[in-house]
Design a protein around this ligand. Structure first.
Ligand code: ZN
Length: 134
């Protein structure tokens, strides 16, 4: 893994949260994107070299809706940048980690993504992401 790519924060209302985080960072989000397969609306902020992703559920079966129901709003996942996501999934599976996604899928912000199950990572939801090139 190369570095933290972004930190994901679960929110109830992405519009009011966009205003809140714009005030916090002193600048607007640079991207709004809906990922239908995950049932989420996302927005991305840059804060120096770091990125923050806000996620709002678009339906009640969305993982974000379930998270907020259980834990409330807050930090949802930490995403790490990888160069070769397939290789990394294989490596981590071999190391004994449980993958939620055994194969990469298309995520927000032009990325291939895969999540690890938090039960195998001390309760931290970890996302792998690889930039889609071209
Ligand atoms: Zn993410």
């Amino acid at each position: 893994m190369r570095k933290i790519e972004h930190i994901g924060i679960a929110v109830k209302d992405i519009d009011s949260s966009n205003d809140l985080f714009a005030s916090l960072f002193g600048k607007e989000h640079y991207k709004l994107e809906e990922v239908e397969s995950e049932g989420v609306k996302t927005s991305f902020f840059k804060c120096g070299p770091n990125k923050i992703e806000l996620l709002q559920a678009t339906n009640e079966n969305s993982p974000i809706a379930k998270f907020i129901e259980k834990k409330g709003e807050g930090i949802h996942h930490i995403a790490f940048a990888v160069d070769n996501i397939e290789k990394e999934i294989k490596r981590l599976t071999k190391e004994g980690f449980t993958m939620i996604h055994k194969a990469p899928k298309k995520g927000a912000d032009n990325k291939l993504i895969a999540f690890l199950h938090p039960k195998s990572t001390n309760g931290v939801l970890v996302e792998l992401c690889q930039e889609i090139k071209g």
